[in-house]
Structure formats: C-alpha cells, structure tokens
Ligand binder design. Structure first.
Ligand SMILES: *Cc1c(COP(=O)(O)O)cnc(C)c1O
Length: 420
C-alpha cells in the first residue's frame, strides 16, 4: 500500500470512507482485503535487503508481526480522523498501554498518574513495572499543586484516562499540560471512553493517546484491539532513554522505538481479521456513538427521578461535579457510560439478577447494554486496602448503554427496581 493523501477539508465520516480511495486494489475491492498470511515475497535479493534495512521510500510488508496491509489500512483511517502523526495498532488496549510504557520508562524513572485507572493499567503500573524499577506516583488529578510536586527529573510521563472508569472524573488537561510543558514531561492519555470525534486529543496538547479499540471502535465487541497515537509534538530528547534512540528526528523517537524495537520484540501485533472488523466498526462509529450517548443521557435523567436510586453519575447531569470540564473537552453527549448507587451491595446483586433485557457482562460500548457491579468483579481480586486506594464503592453499578430503544431499557430497569 502506498502513501495516500487525505483531504483534510472532509468531515469525519467522509475521511474514514475515502482514506483508502487512492489505494488501487487489483480487483477494485473497496473494503480492505484481509491479508491473513504471515510472510510477503520479494522480487529479488536486493529488494528484500532494502526492505530489511529500511531503505525503501514506501516501506514494504515483510512479515505480519511487524506490519500487515490490513492492519495498516486501519492505522491510516485512524490517522486521517485523529490528525495523529503516527498510529500503531496492537493486539489489545493493554498491549497499547504496556508497549507505550515499555518504550519510555526506565529503571529509576517514575510515572505520575491517578489511582483511578482501568484495573489492568493500575496493576501494570503498581506490580509489573515496579519489578523493573519504575515507580508509580499516584496523585489527585484535581490538585495541580500535587501533580507538580510529584514531578522530578526522572518523571517519564504523566498519564490519565480522559474520564475515569467507574468514577467518571475528568482531569483539567489544560492546567496539567501547562505544568508538564514547564517540566518537559509528555502528556499521555487513555481516551477509550470517549471516541475520536467526541474528544480531540491534538487540540488539548496530548502527546501520546492510547485507546482500547475493543470498545467503541470494534463495532459491537467484535474483536480485541488497541491503538497508540503519536501527535508528534514532544521532543523526546528530554527522555533519558529515548534521547539515545539513533533517529535523526527527535520528535519521532518514541514511535521509532515502538515500531523498530518494542512492538516487534513483545510481539503483541494486531491480527488482520480484527483489523478488518475494526475498519468496519470505524465506518459506523460516529452514528453509533451519537445514538448510545444520547440514550445514556436520557437514561441518566430517568434514573435520577427514581426513589430507589441513591445517586446517579453522568457528566451532563446538573448534579455532576465535572460537568464544566466535560463540556469543555467533550463534543456532544459525553459517552455511553453512567453509574448509579443503590443502598447496599446485596441490593445491587438483587437488581442485576432481576434484569431481563440488559446483559450482565464486563465490556464497555458493546451494541448491547451491559451492566456490572465493579467492586465484586473487575476489582474483585484486589485487597480491601487497594480497593480503597482505587476508590471502589460496593454500592455502585456501572451501565454501558447500547443500541436498544431507550424506552425498552427504561422498562427493564423499572421492572428490576420494583423487585427490590
Ligand atoms: C478496556 C480498557 C482498556 C484495556 O483494553 P483491552 O482492549 O481490554 O486490553 C484500557 N483502558 C480502558 C479505559 C478500558 O476501558
């Protein structure tokens, strides 16, 4: 696949639907063909030597762990809609996160972050990276002074989720970015809970964006995947490890390290079938997101009126403490995730068991509406002390709103609440 020009004047969907147009498939296929094979043949030994020595103007594919045409087609579409300088797809959201930190942290370095993180990200920082001499410094991301005080010469990144799960906290990225710029620390965000089109990472100075494409992008839990997006604005000469990368352009040292070394050596490549499923998902992302986030807002308002519900959290509700930040950073309704509290853990279990339409499952942003009790499941194996650090409340229920008609969802919730 050659280089293609993306018409930047086009809208979001038009970019997705035309970013493959300049690639002439020999059969004229419009959907990216699924290249399942592992290896690619070369015309002569000089050509294969050039490919291996990175001497080609347009890089060829050599082996599918390194690059693959179907995966590249997905990367190009994501590049077109996000404005990222470089994109790499990996096998999962956790692969995107772990490869990112395997590339930029080092023994003696530290990561400043919130303790309110996706469970495996928390465990990766707290347990896995710690064994390699990387320190995680948990801060209250609402407190800019605390963030600044935690930063030192060995801070390799500030990391946060654009909206935490299940707390739905939103960090002030503008205030944080100002501090990070002063100390030459990159801003790395996980924007899984608000897809492209709803959150513009580039506009807010994000240096690296990581996304679990398993969620909104896959188009209904069709496949697992993760993306790393590099916006190309951070000078990696400030990173004690990446400054050693032998790459003439300091702004691209991170992706160079990821693509030429880290991703290859860890081998968590995206498979082409998943890439195909996620290209299809991307084509309907905007429409699906509009529908589910509208239903989420309607359901949140509905839940607020119900007497058995102690508290509802959704960023667009008047009662929500991060409403102003949500309006600042997010376009349209702020996502399909909402939470609510009942009076006890026992009541939560009773309520979940009485649901008939809504599914008890752990995923987010499926086409189906999914419900879960986070404390006993996602955080079930953490110690009580860790649950406290992570702020996990046993009376909280998380709902990920799907594409069913909102009246049917309201009816299911009403009948289940009536059983309490
Ligand atoms: C699901 C999720 C991940 C991990 O993604 P996988 O694709 O399951 O590896 C990371 N961050 C957030 C916010 C998530 O919701």
């Amino acid at each position: 696949m050659g280089k293609r020009e993306i018409n930047q004047a086009l809208g979001f969907n038009s970019k997705i639907l035309t970013s493959d147009k300049n690639h002439a498939d020999i059969h004229g296929a419009m959907n990216a063909p699924i290249y399942r094979g592992a290896a690619f043949e070369f015309r002569d030994s000089k050509a294969i030597a050039d490919a291996f020595q990175n001497k080609e103007e347009i890089p060829s594919h050599t082996y599918s762990r390194i690059t693959n045409p179907t995966v590249e087609a997905l990367e190009n579409k994501i590049k077109a809609i996000s404005g990222a300088k470089d994109v790499m797809m990996l096998s999962s959201g956790m692969a995107a996160i772990s490869n990112t930190f395997m590339a930029l942290s080092y023994a003696g370095s530290n990561i400043v972050t919130s303790p309110h993180l996706f469970g495996n990200t928390f465990a990766f920082f707290q347990y896995t990276l710690a064994e390699f001499g990387v320190e995680v410094r948990f801060v209250d991301t609402d407190n800019l002074q605390e963030i600044e005080a935690a930063i030192d010469d060995n801070t390799c990144a500030f990391f946060c989720e654009v909206m935490t799960n299940p707390h739905l906290e939103i960090a002030d990225l503008v205030g944080i970015k100002a501090i990070l710029t002063k100390h030459q620390v990159p801003l790395i965000v996980d924007s899984t809970v608000i897809p492209w089109g709803g959150f513009e990472a580039k506009k807010w100075g994000v240096d690296i964006e990581v996304v679990s494409t398993t969620k909104y992008v896959s188009g209904g839990a069709t496949s697992i995947g993760g993306a790393i997006l590099d916006y190309g604005a951070f000078d990696w000469a400030h990173n004690k490890r990446l400054q050693k990368v032998n790459n003439p352009a300091p702004f691209s040292a991170f992706m160079f390290k990821i693509k030429r070394e880290i991703a290859r050596n860890f081998g968590a490549c995206m498979d082409p079938d998943s890439a195909y499923a996620q290209i299809m998902g991307l084509e309907t992302l905007k429409l699906r997101y509009q529908a589910v986030s509208q239903s989420a807002f309607e359901l949140a308002q509905f839940l607020e009126t119900h007497s058995r519900i102690v508290k509802v959290a959704y960023p667009k509700l008047e009662s929500f403490p991060y409403k102003a930040l949500s309006e600042k950073f997010f376009i349209g309704n702020p996502g399909a995730m909402l939470t609510f509290n009942l009076s006890s853990k026992a009541e939560c279990f009773q309520f979940l068991d009485a649901l008939k339409l809504i599914r008890r499952a752990t995923n987010l942003f499926d086409n189906r509406t999914l419900i879960i009790h986070p404390e006993s499941t996602i955080y079930g194996t953490f110690t009580p002390e860790m649950k406290q650090v992570m702020g996990i409340d046993p009376t909280l229920i998380r709902l990920s709103v799907g594409l069913e008609e909102v009246e049917d969802l309201k009816a299911d919730i009403t009948q289940a609440l009536s059983k309490l």
